[in-house]
Write a protein that binds this ligand. Structure first.
Ligand code: SAM
Ligand code: SF4
Length: 333
């Protein structure tokens, strides 16, 4: 089958799938305290998600990241991972992975490792229990740390994703680095993004540009830029003193769009061709209307043909431009 190539000659090889909009946390930068979630009937069933993802794999997707909401709170999620693991076995999929808040890992780490997952991302912004409870509202740090231990014990490589928040975890830069060095976790910092309609008010106050974070790191350590690229917004450095790899995801201060290889599928079957644009394609209708996948494939190709050149996020001039009204929990971060 002809691979998916967009109008800017970028091959689409990476699909991120949000399998639920629900979550057992309420991180302040991601959700409001009282969220209204989608009615269950709007969600794709696990079988439908399987059909959709398998179609993308047939069309050349080689990396699948399962996210949410919190993917591990979706009922029956292991069945879905099991279904996707057949594409790992066939060799069509090179990587099946997960982004999680870690709360359910104590239970799921071993079964996920058994299904062929090798690396996972766990989001963790602070190692201080009280601050963790404050930023996640509903989360408890010990549960997440237990989950991370379970992942390690199951042989999964863990990458910690920390959102850089001014005045919140600035003082934890070195504690986080030290902890990751001791535990042998990779670490990536993410710049906070202007997502969600009722939460953008203090985004600017919380904005801690990663170039400032990096400068602070460089005061203490020798940093070497790594050329390694993932086709995404991450750049990596090596800390020479510890040998650690640290990533920076800077969707706002750095233009990474030219090498973008990814699209995002929501749990209702909307395909977003760009995290920073409103345009999307409904894949649920062609999926449900036809028992075979021909119409679905056409809809996917038509969507990829509309993938925009880039996004418009911009914090410059002290105003949030190109602001998105979607939540990260909808498009899956
Ligand atoms: N619940 C899972 C988790 O927290 O890892 C997966 C979904 S979550 C939406 C994916 C990632 O998006 C997390 O690392 C989270 O920190 C990040 N995120 C959420 N809202 C964000 C925002 N406004 N700016 C930057 N990153 C955000
Ligand atoms: Fe849940 Fe992840 Fe959003 Fe936090 S960032 S509220 S854990 S979906």
């Amino acid at each position: 089958m002809t691979p998916l190539i967009d109008p800017f000659a970028r091959a689409i090889s990476y699909l991120r799938v949000s399998v639920t909009d629900r979550c057992d946390f309420r991180c302040t930068y991601c959700m409001s305290e009282h969220m209204t979630f989608l009615p269950k009937a709007d969600l794709l069933s696990l079988e439908e998600l399987d059909r959709l993802c398998s179609t993308f794999v047939r069309m050349g997707v080689q990396k699948l990241r399962i996210t949410g909401g919190e993917p591990l709170v979706r009922k029956g999620i292991l069945t879905f991972f099991e279904a996707m693991s057949r594409h790992l076995q066939s060799g069509d999929l090179k990587e099946l992975t997960l982004t999680t808040n870690g709360s359910q890992l104590a239970k799921f780490a071993q079964p996920l490792a058994d299904l062929g997952l090798r690396r996972i991302n766990v989001s963790l912004d602070t190692l201080a229990p009280a601050k963790f409870a404050e930023i996640t509202r509903w989360g408890r740090l010990p549960q997440v740390l237990d989950g991370i231990q379970a992942a390690k014990a199951a042989g999964l490589r863990v990458k910690i994703n920390a959102v850089a928040l001014k005045g919140f975890n600035e003082d934890e830069l070195f504690p986080l680095i030290d902890w990751c060095a001791r535990e042998d976790h990779d670490l990536t910092f993410i710049e906070v993004m202007p997502m969600g309609e009722d939460m953008t008010a203090n985004r600017l106050d919380q904005y801690w540009p990663l170039k400032d974070l990096r400068a602070r790191l460089a005061d203490r350590f020798t940093l070497t830029d790594l050329t390694e690229r993932t086709g995404g917004p991450a750049r990596y450095v090596r800390i020479e003193e510890t040998g650690q790899k640290v990533g920076f995801i800077t969707p706002l201060t750095h233009n990474f769009c030219e090498s973008c290889n990814r699209v995002r599928l929501t749990c209702t079957g909307e395909l977003y061709m760009c995290l920073g644009q409103e345009d999307m394609a409904d894949l649920r209708a062609p999926l449900r209307a036809n028992p075979d996948d021909a119409a679905l494939e056409l809809a996917i190709r038509a969507a990829i043909a509309r993938k925009p050149k880039g996004h418009d996020f911009d914090y410059s001039r002290q105003a949030v431009k190109g602001q998105m009204t979607r939540h990260m929990s909808h498009t899956g971060g």
